[in-house]
Ligand binder design. Structure first.
Ligand SMILES: NC(=O)c1ccc[n+]([C@@H]2O[C@H](COP(=O)([O-])OP(=O)(O)OC[C@H]3O[C@@H](n4cnc5c(N)ncnc54)[C@H](O)[C@@H]3O)[C@@H](O)[C@H]2O)c1
Length: 272
């Protein structure tokens, strides 16, 4: 169902790798709501991914960019404005990667070169994206910028490893940059803290299957899916949420405010 919430709006969507990606579902929903956009991902991800299929489906053009490279980001922002015929209304940063997680290095035994790379890709890249947009004055007033995060930024999830620290930094960058973007250009910046979701990045976390079921049982509404997240992002890109900025918005079926649920208690109660 379409509400035409994004009619006439133009944007950039980072991070659609395959059809499970949150960014992939977001691109489909934004397209349905009348938004136009450029799709981008790291050149290496493009070779593995199926982004051209999504581009065809949504009438989008694809511009490769490593989100850690200022040169790539400058090219991306310039080309996007050319293709879309003007300034940008919405940006989705849907990027995350930890080499320590990928290679099974424990949090207490990090390879710091990998840690640094993960921070650059997962958190600093958000600053780089915003700084590039800001310096080029590429955002329209009342535009909306969203990055995706996870609650491990606030609470301990042992296997989330150094991604927890990256997410804490990402959320802080959203607030700090959001201040200047709001003051100078009336642009809002928020992070959405999503439920565990079966994607390539999500499944990279150790014990993901057990964890996703646990989160589902803890949440009164159950886990939010990638498509639910796409719907939420659409509302955040729309004019209906104009005064929301500098927020970390939980999109998790209620998980973040639950101490324990009956289902989880039952698993620990002897005579249940
Ligand atoms: N899946 C979950 O459980 C979950 C939960 C909360 C938040 N998130 C966050 O959602 C976002 C999207 O992840 P996803 O779950 O859709 O997984 P995904 O694997 O589909 O997406 C991650 C994307 O990051 C891209 N990327 C990696 N390095 C890059 C670089 N240098 N430059 C540009 N792009 C790069 C990948 O190519 C990929 O498209 C991430 O920030 C992730 O941390 C995921």
């Amino acid at each position: 169902m379409s509400y035409n919430l994004l009619k006439g709006k133009k944007g950039i969507i980072f991070g659609a790798l395959d059809e499970n990606s949150i960014a992939w579902k977001t691109a489909l929903r934004v397209h349905e709501e009348g938004g136009e956009f450029v799709l981008t991902n790291a050149p290496v991800a493009m070779r593995m991914g199926q982004i051209n299929k999504l581009a065809e489906q949504t009438g989008a053009q694809v511009i490769p960019a490593d989100a850690t490279s200022l040169e790539d980001l400058e090219n991306l922002v310039e080309k996007s404005m050319e293709i879309l015929g003007g300034k940008i209304d919405f940006v989705l940063h849907s990027i995350g990667m930890s080499i320590n997680v990928r290679k099974g290095r424990h949090y207490t035994d990090q390879n710091y070169d990998w840690t640094q790379k993960g921070t650059d890709v997962s958190a600093t890249s958000f600053h780089k994206v915003m700084q590039t947009l800001y310096k080029k004055d590429a955002m329209n007033s009342w535009g909306s910028i969203i990055a995706l995060t996870y609650m491990a930024a606030q609470r301990v999830f042992p296997d989330y490893n150094d991604m927890a620290d990256n997410k804490a930094l990402l959320e802080s960058i959203a607030r700090s940059f959001g201040y200047f973007f709001g003051k100078e250009k009336q642009v809002r910046v928020n992070t959405i803290s999503q439920s565990p979701t079966p994607t390539t990045a999500g499944q990279g976390v150790k014990g993901f299957d057990g964890f996703i079921s646990y989160a589902d049982k803890m949440s009164p509404l159950g886990n939010a899916s990638a498509m639910d997240c796409a719907n939420y992002i659409v509302t955040m890109f729309s004019d209906l949420t104009k005064m929301v900025t500098l927020q970390n918005l939980y999109h998790d079926g209620g998980f973040s405010n639950v101490g324990v649920s009956n289902e989880v208690m039952e698993a620990f109660t002897k005579d249940a």
